[in-house]
Design a protein around this ligand. Structure first.
Ligand code: SF4
Length: 667
């Protein structure tokens, strides 16, 4: 529904303040208390409300927003109890919800917005919003404002709609005015909206800018195309994918908006994957949701049959692999613009493509129309020189980038470009670790410049593909391109093994991938679980890393430390085949490693390898260590080499060649 030109509070409706004091929230939900901005300061309000708190993973097993809304804020737990009982937000008769800074951090899950909207919330007030959450609010037609606006509304004033569109690019302003993405797209299709055209003149461009300029819609063929950061553009999408956690919603929304016979553009360019929930049955906590997960799987199959998308479903309950890994192996090409319903879509940037994750509404809209709207992002460039020392991997480099550049927010919402002679010393799998973890840097995405290794790798993985055509579509930055985030030279030879520690969330130090620390300065950290796998660390080179350490340990007569469970999960079927073909499995089995079939798993708390109690310590090669994501224990992020070495020593240990020979034997 279109918002009014002048926004006012509805008589009889309420405003919910998410206060740091849970007792005040409880009283508001119980209808014992109504607050105004005059009663509170911004400092009294909750900051960093995580999308996991708004809609934990189990809530997302429902695909209908009205069902999701029943468990809005189910992840806000105080003294072991839900602060928001079932239906509490919906039955509170609220139309405005108020919080502090950085509302909606965490994942890209649009369900967080849906939980509020389908509970009756039309206006979210916060000091700031996480960028993807803000985009999801725009897509769903939820207005956003600050505390000053709320003060005026509560004083009875009407606030012009322009005040809610201020600061957004021209196309986003139009989306807000139309009440969300679907009504806006329908208005565009009906010719009711004239889209603004960027008039940026010739200028040197970054890789991301060049790629977006090439995909501009509405520019006559042969005409030079240029964009600059901040331009609002409509661009053609080359391809994308969704998985069983998100496809059901995409299907549901398209049916609702366009009827049961809806169509999508170029179905052969879009794919579905069964990877995220494939091993959820192995986690006792998840068994209660088996029926819902089965429904998600069935709806994905229904969608695939309906539109004819490429099918990467499981066969005999074995996934073909994690969507991002399989996509880079077979789908993503240099010069592509890719959109998919998952935050690690950025991994595709390794193939010299521009790829990022979007919410279900945005994805449904773009597969229906074949295009999407983008505000051209700023970029930050990393010029890599030198070579990584022995025992140091791209994961260590990325943990360093997270600490040095993401923590002070220099990568925030920017495209991270990786260039320089140091790139040539990194394999394609190692480069994929860099692009994968752009999302942990809160970046828009990452892209690696293409070199001969890029085209050799693509030719090897895609026999018969026209690699020369791919070469012509590849992008490189222009000399003189502008980087708002700066150009930073990193000498790879200075890198050392790192971890990201789990912090101390109960005392104000969040679990965060930016908590970088050098392994050799960490002290004694005993571990219970070592996990190698996920989209970040389940690639062929990662398996080679695990195997290198395991083989040395086995040859030294060792098995996995008696206190430790060491699990390795293949990123894709092709990775598993590589390991079997090269005889790696035998060493893993002799060492006592548990091997897991391809797919996601422990990484989202939905597979073997999750911790089971708060006192357990995990060292893991995955990409996120947010509290509770992979079980209740403490989780250290580390490189595949560090994970494997630690599995044998029983404490977090950097790998050194020959380390198991002689005196170093686990206690
Ligand atoms: S492995 Fe983990 S981070 Fe990667 S796509 Fe799966 S759930 Fe997401």
């Amino acid at each position: 529904m279109k918002p009014p030109d002048v926004v006012r509070l509805t008589p009889g409706k309420r405003v919910l303040f998410l206060t740091k004091d849970p007792a005040l929230i409880k009283r508001q939900l119980a209808e014992e208390l109504d607050l105004t901005m005059d009663d509170l300061t911004v400092a009294d309000l909750l900051d960093d409300i995580n999308t996991d708190a708004m809609t934990p993973a189990w809530v997302c097993f429902s695909h209908r927003p009205e069902d999701i809304a029943r468990d809005a804020y189910a992840g806000l737990i105080v003294d072991g109890e839900r602060l928001f009982p079932r239906d509490a937000l919906k039955e509170g008769n609220f139309e405005v919800i108020v919080s502090g800074y950085r509302k909606g951090v965490g994942s890209s899950r649009e369900t967080a917005t849906q939980a509020e909207k389908w509970s009756g919330i039309d206006l979210a007030i916060a000091a700031s919003f996480a960028p993807i959450h803000a985009r999801n609010n725009v897509s769903q037609g939820v207005l956003m404002g600050d505390h000053g606006i709320l003060r005026r509304l509560q004083a009875g004033e009407g606030v012009p709609l322009e005040e809610f569109t201020r600061g957004h690019d021209p196309i986003t302003r139009l989306v807000i005015r139309h009440g969300g993405l679907f009504p806006f797209s329908k208005a565009v299709a009906a010719g009711e909206v004239e889209l603004p055209r960027p008039d940026t003149g010739p200028r040197p461009m970054t890789m991301a800018e060049k790629l977006l300029a090439r995909h501009l819609q509405g520019v006559p063929a042969g005409e030079e195309r240029y964009v600059k950061p901040g331009d609002a553009v409509v661009v053609t999408v080359d391809g994308g994918y969704s998985h069983e956690f998100t496809t059901a919603q995409v299907h549901h929304f398209l049916e609702q908006e366009y009827g049961p016979d809806y169509t999508i553009q170029h179905p052969e360019r879009f794919a579905v994957f069964e990877d995220h929930l494939i091993y959820a049955d192995d986690v006792p906590k998840m068994r209660a949701f088996t029926d819902k997960i089965d429904t998600l799987r069935e709806l994905q199959r229904e969608f695939q049959r309906h539109v004819g998308a490429r099918d990467f479903s499981a066969r005999d309950r074995v996934s073909p692999g994690i969507c991002h890994e399989v996509a880079r192996e077979y789908l993503v090409e240099p010069g592509d613009f890719i959109q998919a319903t998952d935050s690690h879509t950025c991994m595709g940037g390794v193939n010299n493509a521009l790829a990022w994750g979007v919410g279900a509404t945005e994805y449904a809209d773009l597969i229906h129309t074949g295009a999407t709207m983008v505000e051209v992002p700023e970029s930050i460039r990393f010029e890599l020189v030198g070579r990584l020392p022995e025992g140091v991997t791209a994961k260590d480099l990325m943990l360093y980038v997270l600490l040095e550049y993401a923590r002070p927010q220099r990568t925030l919402n920017r495209v991270m470009e990786f260039t320089g002679p140091g790139i040539t010393g990194l394999s394609m799998d190692e480069r994929a670790t860099l692009t994968n973890m752009a999302t942990e840097c809160s970046a828009r995405t990452a892209i690696v410049v293409a070199d001969e290794e890029t085209f050799r790798w693509l030719a090897e993985w895609r026999p018969g593909a026209d690699v020369e055509a791919m070469r012509r579509r590849a992008v490189a930055p222009d000399p003189g391109a502008e980087y708002a985030g700066g150009v930073h030279t990193i000498d790879l030879s200075t890198m050392r093994p790192m971890v990201a520690h789990p912090g101390d969330p109960d005392h104000g130090v969040p679990s965060d991938p930016t908590n970088g620390a050098w392994v050799d300065e960490l002290g004694e950290v005993e571990i219970d679980i070592a996990y190698g796998g996920s989209c970040t660390a389940g690639k062929i080179d990662d398996l080679d890393f695990y195997h290198r350490v395991v083989k040395e340990a086995v040859e030294a007569g060792l098995t996995v430390h008696p206190r430790v469970r060491f699990l390795i999960q293949f990123g894709s079927r092709a990775v598993e085949e590589h390991c079997r073909r090269h005889g790696m499995v035998e060493a893993f089995e002799r060492a006592g490693v548990t091997l897991i079939q391809p797919g996601c798993g422990a990484c989202i708390g939905c597979g073997p390898g999750v911790s089971e109690s708060p006192d357990q310590v995990t060292v893991s090669a995955i990409n996120r260590n947010y509290k509770g994501r992979s079980g209740p224990g403490r989780l250290y992020l580390a490189s595949p080499l560090t994970v494997a070495a630690s599995a044998f020593t029983g404490r977090i240990t950097a790998y050194k060649p020959g380390m198991f020979v002689g005196e170093l034997v686990p206690a």
